[in-house]
Design a protein around this ligand. Structure first.
Ligand code: OSB
Ligand code: MG
Length: 369
């Protein structure tokens, strides 16, 4: 691929509602859109999903910029790339920094699919024409507010509800929700808020018929999760602990989880996501696509990867309007009856809304390749 230039667009967007988890509350989202240009005038787009504060993983918006500028751009300058599958191995000499790597790789995948004239989903080997989606609801100030939120999202058609939990806001809250919504597919996400000392509480969740509990224990752990999974019936889904195919293999071998949440940024990109997907499929482990409160570009990538066949559980890829007054793509991602129709035009299948990009942009940096 005749790569010509990489552009970093640093954006600041305000979410309609604050999003509260066990690790903190977010409303203003600062992130990068990465644009990859070739010498033929094609433009591919990726999105970096790191947050300004390193409370989900160790990466930050600033660390992403440094890694991209100091290491990833020089690698792109020094190497010819025929296919996007070559990008992650080229970056492989550098440890970690998966979100920085994934943002660049994602832009190159989009560029590749556009050059081939095929949808990104097709380029990735996906076959679904529409995907099922659920919704992740942050911790709410009151029980009434929470029940109203759930009701509203169910009437919009979302196929499963994910509720954030933390110590003191867990089993009783979930019991009340289960009472109000006896048959709704519900799951809980702890974002690493518990330890094995909390096993008595975690066992009580078994009565609530939850689809799964996501990342109850420490963010890099697979040992204690294996111990916990032996003690509880609720399937454990790992999020934070899985950074690579290697992690997925070890977690499955140990019995640390029965389900895996794949986030493209967390695992270093689409190529590694496909590998994890394939390995999980061979080993009978269902996967679903997690979210990082993405704007339209990252959202479009999530839609594309979810078209692979083992994404059998509804993901967190909600519609643009759940987060943003105005998104940066045209059309926006729309959810109807709990499904998103997969776009059929080349690449990510959504156009960049150039006016919106400019409106939200706080910095633009260009790197010639
Ligand atoms: O743990 O899945 C998570 C948001 C920010 C950081 C971590 C997580 C989340 C979500 C929201 O659950 C998913 C989304 O709607 O994008
Ligand atoms: Mg999670």
């Amino acid at each position: 691929m005749p790569l010509k230039k990489i552009i970093l667009h640093r954006l600041m967007m305000r979410m309609i509602d604050p999003f509260a988890t066990s690790f903190g509350t977010m409303q203003d989202k600062e992130f990068f859109i990465i644009e990859a240009l070739d010498t033929d005038g094609n433009r591919g787009f990726g999105e970096s999903v790191s947050f300004p504060i390193p409370w989900y993983t160790e990466e930050t918006v600033k660390s992403n910029k440094d890694i991209i500028e100091d290491f990833l751009i020089p690698i792109l300058r020094d190497n010819e790339i025929e296919h996007p599958n070559e990008v992650f191995p080229l970056f492989g000499r550098l440890r970690g920094n998966n979100m920085a790597k994934a943002a660049i790789e994602g832009a190159i995948w989009d560029l590749y699919a556009k050059r081939e004239g095929i949808p990104l989903a097709t380029a990735l080997g996906g076959e679904k024409t529409e995907i099922d989606v659920g919704i992740s609801i942050g911790i709410q100030p009151t029980m009434d507010a929470l029940l109203t939120k759930i009701d509203g999202f169910l009437s919009q058609g979302y196929k499963r509800i994910k509720l954030k939990i933390k110590p003191g806001h867990d089993v009783e809250m979930l019991r009340e929700v289960r009472k109000a919504f006896p048959t709704t597919p519900i799951m809980a996400d702890a974002n690493s808020a518990y330890t094995l000392d909390d096993i008595a509480m975690l066992k009580q969740l078994d009565d609530l018929n939850l689809l799964m509990i996501e990342q109850p224990l420490q963010h890099n752990d697979i040992i204690d999760h294996a111990k916990l999974q032996k003690e509880i019936q609720t399937p454990i889904c790992l999020d934070e602990s899985i950074h690579s195919l290697y992690d997925a293999q070890k977690a499955i071998e140990l019995g640390s989880c029965k389900i895996i949440n794949i986030k493209v940024g967390r695992v270093g990109g689409l190529s590694e996501s496909i590998k994890i997907h394939d390995y999980c499929k061979e080993h009978g482990i269902p996967v679903w696509c997690g979210g990082m409160l993405e704007a339209g570009v990252g959202r479009a990538h999530n839609v594309a990867i979810t078209t692979l066949s083992n994404f059998v559980l509804p993901g967190d890829t909600a519609g643009s309007s759940r987060y943003w007054e105005k998104d940066i793509i045209k059309p926006e991602v729309v959810v109807e009856d709990g499904v998103i129709k997969v776009p059929t035009s080349p690449g990510i299948g959504y156009e960049i809304d150039e006016e919106a990009l400019e409106e939200f942009r706080i910095q633009k940096i260009e790197y010639d390749l």
